[in-house]
Design a protein around this ligand. Structure first.
Ligand SMILES: N[C@@H](CCC(=O)N[C@@H](CS)C(=O)NCC(=O)O)C(=O)O
Length: 123
């Protein structure tokens, strides 16, 4: 059986990861929302399973985000590349901190470091 996300009948959209939604949903965290919580910026495009997975994950944590659609705005795409030094989406920033893509955000979560970052706590 071919993995989800690949194989006949699926368009090639430049994504190679088969398990976009494989993370365990965590309960809503008590990450503070408000003046001290830094803004989450998520650069995305319309057809991007990793972007969907990243947004689902943030939703599962009770966090909102500002989405910047780089497929609709070439100037924002240039800005994203300048900030992230990457062309793939999503690119996620928490305040001025570049988290990276979906995998990077999950790695940070698994390392137990994401909540503090989302809460605006400095290391
Ligand atoms: N490991 C990256 C993969 C991101 C990825 O492959 N994104 C696709 C869209 S879903 C993409 O931007 N492909 C075009 C490119 O790499 O420039 C992540 O977890 O964010």
């Amino acid at each position: 059986m071919s993995p989800a996300g690949s194989g006949p009948g699926r368009p090639d959209i430049g994504c190679d990861h088969p398990t976009f939604l494989s993370f365990r949903r965590t309960p809503l965290s008590d990450t503070p929302q408000g003046a001290t919580a830094p803004e989450v910026i998520l650069y995305s495009t319309a057809i991007c399973p990793y972007c969907v997975a990243a947004k689902n994950f943030l939703k599962s944590k009770g966090r909102d985000w500002t989405e910047v659609r780089i497929d609709l705005d070439p100037a924002e795409r240039e800005k994203m590349i300048a900030r992230a030094k990457r062309t793939s989406v999503p690119q996620i920033f928490v305040g001025e901190v570049h988290v990276g893509g979906y995998d990077d955000m999950i790695a940070l979560h698994r390392a137990g470091k994401l909540d503090a970052l989302l809460a605006g706590e400095t290391a």
